[in-house]
Design a binder for this molecule. Structure first.
Ligand SMILES: Cc1ncc(COP(=O)(O)O)c(C=O)c1O
Length: 366
């Protein structure tokens, strides 16, 4: 029935105009705690950029006119990334963090499309598929929490999804997908296969670039938030065939990348030794955390990323609270149906890792 002029518009009736796909979602929130000594809950790098490098970029920023728009797309950063990777710059698309690029894939591939996701997978993908109204099929993991690649490949063949997503190394498990399995998937799928390589710097397996060069359906997603330690400035990118990237550019908003983030990223790409050293330090931390968690009998999952998933000694939510009480922030993973008993800790500085292990010892001793 049409509302009459005299009827008041109520708040609940106006909320009904918002798409149900949006209304049924939960807002993505990361809880913050005061008085935290060791922040190990978001898989960030524990190392900030050297102050001298920050100063260099900031002094350049003084001459950047803040009243002017940045470039519609950051072509100089795309070129710098392409040079580092040895690929065509037209095959690089930079986003405001890789999270933001999932919306471009939403517009281009998920709305009205079929999407195949393994589980457990970085939770944002699932929510983006739902938000864009994609038809979601999920394939649960094997007992060791690795992706069930045989089922994923068979399903990709039968269902013919427009997009299949694989993350390797995967978050939240830290497990990798075998390159030959990835190749089988890419050869079977007729739609796109997105390989999220957020943690590629920590992996010793070949990356997916050679697969992308052989197969037009491969898209790779990367970020400077992890190994490069730039989570606060928000730079992520896609690598694909130039013809594919050129179509995806049509779904982009212009001016998504600010000058500060762009300039810092370009400057950081000139510091491969710094990045490698820090990645190695994070890998050493992960090895030490894994060994300690194993000694405590907490069944850590062997990780090729900068974090370790393990079984909480009590209810995960309670354990996270107890750790926070000792100044250590870790992440409750029990929201993933396959990870009801699990929590995740990421590599910190040596002081943060020590704070984590001290807190764990105190809690287990009680
Ligand atoms: C697998 C995976 N992909 C993407 C991201 C998001 O990275 P960004 O900071 O570039 O949005 C994360 C962050 O935790 C991640 O774990």
């Amino acid at each position: 029935m049409e509302p009459t002029d005299t009827e008041m518009l109520t708040e609940s009736s106006i909320l009904e105009r918002i798409r149900p796909a949006v209304r049924s979602e939960k807002q993505y929130r990361v809880r913050s705690y005061p008085a935290i000594e060791a922040k190990l809950n978001q898989n960030e790098s524990p190392y900030d950029l050297p102050e001298s490098l920050k100063q260099e970029v900031l002094s350049e920023m003084v001459s950047v006119p803040f009243n002017r728009y940045p470039d519609d797309q950051p072509g100089d950063l795309e070129s710098a990334l392409a040079e580092m990777l040895g690929v065509n710059p037209e095959g690089i698309l930079v986003g405001n963090g890789s999270n933001e690029l999932t919306h471009t894939l939403g517009l281009a591939l998920m709305a009205d499309g079929k999407v195949l996701l393994p589980s457990p997978l970085f939770a944002l993908f699932r929510s983006v598929v739902r938000l864009f109204g994609g038809q979601l099929t999920e394939i649960t993991c094997l007992e060791d929490l690795s992706f069930d690649m045989d089922r994923i490949i068979t399903t990709a063949g039968q269902l013919d999804p427009d997009l299949t997503v694989i993350a390797t190394p995967n978050n939240p498990t830290g497990l990798e997908v075998n390159h030959s399995d990835l190749q089988r998937l890419v050869e079977t799928a007729r739609g796109f296969v997105l390989v999220d390589e957020a943690y590629v710097e920590f992996s010793e397996q070949p990356d997916a670039i050679s697969l992308m060069q052989k197969h037009p359906n491969v898209l790779i997603m990367r970020t400077l938030s992890k190994g490069f330690g730039l989570a606060g400035l928000r730079i992520g990118y896609l690598i694909g065939r130039p013809s594919v990237i050129s179509e995806l550019r049509k779904a982009r908003l212009p001016f998504m990348i600010g000058e500060l983030a762009k300039r810092t990223a370009i400057r950081l790409l000139n510091e491969p030794a710094l990045v490698q050293r820090r990645v190695r330090e994070m890998q050493e931390s992960v090895d030490k955390l894994y060994e300690a968690l194993n000694r405590f009998g907490l069944q850590p999952v062997p990780s090729k990323a900068n974090f370790v998933l393990f079984k909480a000694p009590t209810r995960p939510a309670d354990f996270v609270e107890m750790m926070a009480g000792h100044g250590v922030l870790i992440r409750d993973m029990s929201g993933y149906s396959e990870l009801r008993d699990y929590v995740r800790v990421c590599a910190g500085t040596s002081a943060e890792n020590k704070a984590f292990l001290d807190a764990l010892t105190k809690i287990l001793d009680h």
